[in-house]
Design a protein around this ligand. Structure first.
Ligand SMILES: Cc1ncc(COP(=O)(O)O)c(C=O)c1O
Length: 395
């Protein structure tokens, strides 16, 4: 729904956008509307009809999400993958979607392995090389001009799990030049550190299961846009495909958003100290963190992000068995697939989140089995550092 909030400052928006005291009770928190069906005064006359299409908990949430991304509209979905499912309905058989080489494994599974079988063409390109991106766009635009095909450019930045940074303004303007719809998965940066719509993207999506919710207690997603045509399509797709969010998760997500700016500040501070501490360690080949000067796209990150977020990837000089033992032996950092929560999490993408990407393809894009992805939480950072230090001493 539309963003009606007055302030444009994130701390105020995170707390107040979409929320006003209940006119009947004065309650300053919206109750959970645990109701699936609503009475109609006359056939077809209603404010809400059925829980799959609408629910009173959508309003405070969608207004806050839209406001934080600087968007007019937000569509809340059942998960990040649910958000991608609504977005992919903007294309049809014969159309082409251009993806980065490094991306979340579930995106590859949904797009390439599922929608690819319905005739949508997916092409992967290293998006840090703008000439390559332009060539693929040019070639795909020529192909689609022969038929009726549309084009979409779909990016992540920082990417999952290699934390590559792409020049979002340049990508969005290339997409415009070739009339491609541009979509950005902003899950890793969050609206606190990066606003792709202001850099020219048509739509932004999130896994709200990560930083937006922030407490590892919900699975949710969202699409934000300034284009009514995209909002109409994602709302329609949500209702048609049944990828709506349940009322309790909507309530928890709206509550989680209130502390998003505060949490992100601490995630970033901890991640920076963690990354700096382990850079140069004797069994570590490379620490990848966009905030480090050694990051190949550090300058672009500085230009387009307000902070570097809380994800750190490390390539270890350890054998596979040693690495698996290492990640299983922490006392505070938890071995788990997700990210963006208050608690620190760790995983090995090749054996976990990115397992569904064929091994050869993974390796040709530089994702090797020795890369470990840390989601740095908001605990006392000395404890997180000590956890990895002592695990390294044990192996
Ligand atoms: C970058 C990114 N986008 C989207 C998703 C999918 O989100 P969800 O698990 O909420 O479906 C994930 C999940 O890990 C992710 O890392």
């Amino acid at each position: 729904m539309k963003n009606k909030s007055q302030s444009t400052k994130v701390n105020t928006l995170a707390i107040h956008a979409g929320i006003s005291p209940n006119p009947h009770t004065g309650a300053i928190v919206d109750p959970i509307s645990q109701c699936s069906v609503y009475a109609q005064s006359y056939p077809g006359e209603f404010k809400y009809d059925y829980g799959r299409s609408m629910n009173p908990n959508y309003y405070p949430l969608e207004e806050a999400l839209a406001a934080l991304e600087g968007a007019k509209y937000a569509t809340v979905t059942s998960s990040g993958v649910g958000a991608m499912s609504t977005i992919i309905t903007l294309v049809k058989a014969g159309d082409t979607v251009i993806l980065p080489t490094d991306l979340y494994g579930g995106t590859y599974r949904l797009f390439v392995q599922l929608f690819g079988t319905y005739g949508v063409n997916f092409k992967q390109v290293d998006m840090s090389d703008l000439d390559k991106v332009e060539n693929v766009l040019k070639e795909s635009a020529k192909e689609s001009a022969k038929g009726t095909g549309a084009l979409m450019l779909y990016a992540e930045s920082p990417t999952n799990p290699m934390l590559q940074i792409y020049d979002l303004q340049a990508l969005a303007s290339l997409a415009k030049k070739y009339s491609a719809i541009s979509v950005m998965d902003n899950t890793f940066a969050t609206p606190i550190f990066q606003n792709p719509l202001s850099l020219g993207f048509d739509a932004v999506l999130h896994s709200a299961s990560k930083y937006l919710g922030g407490h590892s207690d919900i699975v949710g997603g969202a699409v934000m846009t300034n284009l009514e045509s995209i909002r109409e399509r994602t709302d329609f797709a949500r209702k048609s495909m049944g990828v709506h969010l349940d009322p309790l998760s909507m309530f928890l997500l709206r509550r989680g958003l209130k502390t998003l700016p505060l949490r992100m500040e601490r995630h970033e501070k901890n991640a920076m100290l963690f990354a700096k501490h382990f850079e140069g360690h004797k069994v570590i080949k490379r620490v990848i963190y966009p905030g480090l000067e050694s990051h190949p796209q550090h300058d672009i990150a500085k230009k387009q992000m307000k902070g570097f977020s809380g994800m750190v990837s490390i390539e270890f000089a350890l054998k596979e068995e040693e690495l698996k033992k290492l990640v299983s032996s922490f006392s505070i950092i938890t071995l788990a697939e997700s990210l963006g929560a208050v608690e620190s999490l760790v995983q090995i993408p090749s054996f976990m989140s990115n397992k569904k990407i064929p091994e050869e393809l993974r390796k040709s894009h530089g994702l090797h089995d020795n890369l470990v992805r840390f989601s740095i939480g908001i605990e006392d950072v000395d404890d997180i550092i000590e956890d990895l230090e002592s695990a390294l001493n044990r192996v």
